[in-house]
Design a protein around this ligand. Structure first.
Ligand code: SAH
Length: 502
């Protein structure tokens, strides 16, 4: 069987700027071949079972590498794999996408192209620079400033200047003085606004503003890092007024969010909304336990009205219990029972099944849940707690409290700690790691063996989570309440503290 190749534009860095179609292609990949320009957040979306191949291009052995990449794509596809070739920005804009297709086409290997958001337009946008504007220009030009044989060739500076349009040079940092010189000689006004935009759309994005005649000098001391592009044109001046991204509270902050593999991270979305760059690291996996008969018996008891309360202590616990229940029965089995949830996540997970909670504690932890629930339920009440095998005993102890409660504590799932292969490289440039449970702290530590934990800044949702992080030697912050919103606030506070530290 012949496989297929998807040539996918990963966008300029920010995960949200990858297309839906590209994401879908990535989700079903057997093999992913990616370059250095693909954002960390996007690499974290590569599915668990897919093989990763790094096709990083480094100056020097460019051509051989390109041929190797072409061959890898061909061989993997011929072996029957679904191959996703992930490229920074748009695959056809100075991306050698065309070259990579030649060999595939020659061998009749099917392929698809998924265009991407190019850095040429997205990086300016993230600094508030509209690449065209009716008051200033009527065209935009994207030019490569790549040097071959020590010089930039084939740039018709006179023609570019004559257009009066915005000029965007990719791969031009090494040749920056030469490019500016060429434009000046061709008659462009020396005070034309210009800028270098570094690492656009990531947490590390930086703008070096200048004019055509001062840009080269402004960049000299600034140690520009790749990737970076050059924008020349009057529209550059608008960044002073339109810089929206750098104004967000968490701009400049890169956070790693750990989560159970099966859950979409609401935390990541919240932090991104506040301007952070977020990398998601699935650090724990929940595995339903084989039923030793106790769960089956509990479900029968539940369906026949044998429980007064069912208590849920995690979203995974809700999901796994409901899956088991609905495999054999329907939602009416829950009809007579009151529901308690440890916090917002579990409460919302129950809502997905049309179930509204009767009780949520004032503080979202096991101890408070146990104590407060014991005060609410009738003496002698019959209580079902389906949850993780390594559940927190504090809850039960609080519940017992000498009130003769009848408690069935049924283990329904196991927590396994797992992080994908090259997880440690994901820590590059990360300012904070955000933990929503003690088990994600353990999962993180298991996946990052060898990492110096005292260098990790951990922002934790609650006391137990913080305890786990402190035990490992991390520097910790804690949310004022155990909600995702409060946790995001804590990241803001930690980021403030870090700024004053520096
Ligand atoms: N196909 C890519 C461009 C590849 S050429 C795209 O459409 O974006 C590589 C050049 O792109 C780099 O030298 C740099 O000039 C530019 N570039 C890529 N990502 C960038 C980013 N996040 N910020 C600024 N420039 C970027």
């Amino acid at each position: 069987m012949k496989g297929k190749v998807w040539l996918v534009g990963a966008g300029p860095g920010d995960v949200g700027l990858m297309t839906l179609k590209g994401r879908e292609a990535l989700q079903q990949a057997d093999v992913v071949v990616y370059d250095a320009l693909v954002g960390d957040g996007i690499l974290a979306l590569i599915p668990e079972g897919a093989r990763r191949i790094f096709a990083g291009k480094r100056a020097g052995n460019h051509f051989l590498r390109q041929e190797e990449t072409n061959r890898v794509l061909l061989e993997e596809a011929l072996a029957g794999n679904r191959v996703v070739r992930l490229k920074g920005g748009d695959p056809f804009l100075f991306g050698r996408g065309g070259e990579e297709l030649e060999l595939l086409a020659a061998h009749g290997v099917p392929f698809e192209i998924v265009p991407g958001v190019t850095s040429a337009f997205a990086a300016p946008a993230y600094f508030g620079i509209p690449v065209t504007h009716r008051d200033y220009c009527a065209s935009v030009h994207v030019i490569t400033g790549h040097r071959r044989d020590g010089a930039v060739r084939d740039i018709d500076y006179e023609a570019l200047v004559r257009t009066g349009g915005t000029l965007i040079f990719l791969m031009g940092i090494a040749a920056l003085p030469e490019l500016c010189e060429g434009l000046l000689k061709a008659g462009m006004a020396p005070d034309t606004p210009a800028a270098v935009l570094e690492k656009g759309t990531t947490a590390a994005q930086r703008r070096i503003p200048a004019t055509l005649s001062t840009l080269a000098q402004a960049c000299e001391g600034a140690r520009v890092q790749t990737p970076a592009l050059i924008v020349v044109g009057r529209v550059c001046a608008l960044a002073e007024r339109f810089a929206w991204r750098d104004a967000l509270p968490l701009s400049g902050v890169k956070a790693l969010v750990t989560r159970p593999r099966e859950l979409i991270s609401g935390m990541a979305a919240l932090l991104r909304e506040r301007g952070a760059e977020v990398v998601e690291l699935p650090a724990i996996r929940t595995v339903p336990l084989a039923d030793d008969g106790r769960l089956q018996a509990a479900m029968e008891k539940l369906a026949s009205g044998g429980y007064d309360w069912a208590v849920f202590t995690s979203p995974s616990g809700v999901r796994i219990f409901m899956l088991k229940l609905l495999a054999e029965r329907d939602i009416r089995a829950m009809a007579g029972v009151k529901l308690a949830a440890i916090g917002d996540g579990s409460r919302r997970e129950l809502l997905k099944y049309g179930l509204r909670c009767d009780f949520v504690p004032s503080v979202f932890d096991g101890e408070t849940l146990g104590r407060e629930l014991a005060g609410v339920c009738e003496p002698g009440a019959r209580i079902l707690i389906p949850r993780a095998a390594i559940g927190n005993r504090a809850l039960i102890e609080g519940l017992m409290g000498g009130r003769g409660l009848e408690i069935d504590d049924i283990p329904t799932y196991d927590t396994q700690y797992a992080v994908d292969g090259d997880a440690r490289s994901v820590m590059d440039g990360v300012d904070f790691v955000v933990f929503t449970s003690a088990s994600t702290v353990k999962g993180f530590a298991a996946g990052m063996a060898g990492l110096d934990m005292t260098g990790v800044r951990a922002v934790c949702i609650g006391a137990q989570t913080r305890q786990a992080a402190q035990t490992l030697g991390m520097k910790t912050w804690m949310a004022k309440r155990a909600t995702l919103e409060a946790l995001a606030d804590a990241v803001e506070e930690a980021a403030e503290a870090m700024k004053t530290e520096n």
